[in-house]
Design a protein around this ligand. Structure first.
Ligand code: ATP
Length: 199
């Protein structure tokens, strides 16, 4: 599995449709300060479902839409599409290529699609959840984040490793199941009391 193409249209500084093509292996994006290198990384996080405007270096989600320049009017929507090569079947979907798209309209409307079919954010998150590209994206290491990992306490570091290994998902499910068991035990006690009273 590897990222094949990323297309931005109306996303941050990318007003016109811009497609970046990647090959397997390492890709470096170089350019002068303020030319949009970090915006490309923001677009990757955004199309994979990032919900935090701050993580995307904005104040509100609408800030990802091209805000206009001296020579160009603001746009009404931002669109990003990411095509992933799924030749090795790492994504649990029966396609050799998977395109995830996200669109945000200035009026607040938002859409996701997988291979052109409209879907929910949850579908995108579930598709990516076992690839390490899911909700808590440790695949994207922002400026300063490496420092935070190096300074983390052993417990915090264990959290990072568990998330990367996919253990955290099961821990959360276990906690939820235990809470349900507790609540069922309380219901059972109440039922036994009632039965005793009726007898
Ligand atoms: P550096 O090397 O300094 O980190 P960079 O290449 O990573 O820079 P970015 O931070 O990706 O640059 O891009 C910053 C540019 O994107 C700024 O010029 C900013 O005005 C522009 N920009 C950000 N959001 C928008 C938006 N919504 N509309 C138009 N331009 C935007």
């Amino acid at each position: 599995m590897y990222l094949k193409t990323l297309t931005l249209r109306g996303f941050k500084s990318f007003a016109s449709a811009t497609t970046l093509q990647f090959e397997p292996g390492v890709t470096c994006v170089v350019g002068p300060n303020g030319s949009g290198k970090s915006n490309v990384v923001d677009a990757l996080a955004w199309v994979m479902g990032e919900q935090g405007a701050k993580t995307l270096r904005g104040g509100k989600m609408e800030d990802v839409i091209f805000a206009g320049t001296a020579g160009r009017a603001p746009l009404g929507r931002a669109e990003v599409s990411l095509t992933i090569d799924n030749g090795d079947g790492a994504l649990p979907i029966d396609f050799a290529e998977v395109t995830i798209s996200r669109t945000l309209f200035r009026n607040g409307g938002s859409e996701y699609a997988i291979n052109g079919s409209p879907c929910r954010l949850l579908d995108v998150q579930e598709l990516l959840s076992d690839t390490g590209m899911g909700r808590q994206m440790h695949v994207i290491v922002g400026q300063g984040q490496l420092d935070a990992i190096l300074r983390a306490t052993p417990e915090e570091r264990r959290g990072f490793i568990e998330e990367a290994a996919g253990v955290l998902k099961h821990r959360r499910r276990k906690e939820k199941a235990l809470r349900k068991l507790d609540s069922m035990a309380a219901h059972l006690t109440r039922l036994q009391d009632l039965t005793a009273e009726v007898r």
